[in-house]
Design a protein around this ligand. Structure first.
Ligand code: HEM
Length: 146
């Protein structure tokens, strides 16, 4: 009996190893609720940026199609960075933001708005920290002015 149990346990371990899921913790992508959750977070965050008077100068003159493309790229970026099944094909972030003259104060405010979005969706503390670890290092690519 013990041998049979041992054999079953070994098989389970082997299957997990082969399938690459060897007891790994769920990805951040899964923990936040997958694609739809990240898309909803992105829409809310972009909505906040686009309608805030401090950011209005950045979001003028984009066609509906251009807005959709930018939005999709942000979703894909978050999806890929959290370990989801997406591949970001947008521009390098430094290139995409070059010349916009985004200041450190604007960046800090955008991080605050992002946090407001995460709170609105009741994203738990650990997942908020993990998302912050993805977003905070982007400052060096996005901010151009002190
Ligand atoms: C969490 C922070 C941010 C992330 C993850 C992010 C990400 C992105 C991505 C993925 C794109 C599209 C790149 C492409 O289409 O190839 C983009 C474009 C853009 N972002 Fe950001 N961004 C962030 C913060 C900001 C902030 C704070 C501003 C303004 C103050 C801003 C303004 C813009 C604008 C205006 C574009 C369009 C540029 C263009 O296509 O000419 N972004 N961003």
């Amino acid at each position: 009996m013990i041998r049979i149990r041992h054999a079953i346990a070994s098989t389970v371990v082997a299957v997990c190893l082969v399938s690459g899921t060897a007891f790994a913790a769920d990805s951040l992508y899964k923990r936040v609720g997958g694609y739809d959750a990240l898309a909803a977070v992105t829409d809310d965050f972009i909505g906040k940026l686009a309608t805030d008077k401090d950011f209005s100068r950045f979001f003028v003159g984009f066609s509906e199609d251009s807005k959709k493309r930018i939005r999709q790229n942000v979703v894909d970026l978050f999806c890929q960075a959290t370990g989801g099944p997406c591949f970001y094909v947008g521009r390098d972030l430094k290139v995409a933001h070059a010349g916009l003259g985004i200041t450190k104060a604007e960046w800090d405010k955008s991080v605050m708005l992002f946090t407001d979005t995460l709170n609105k969706f009741k994203v738990p503390e650990q997942e908020q920290k993990d998302l912050a670890a993805i977003v905070i290092p982007l400052e060096k690519d996005i901010v151009e002015k002190p």
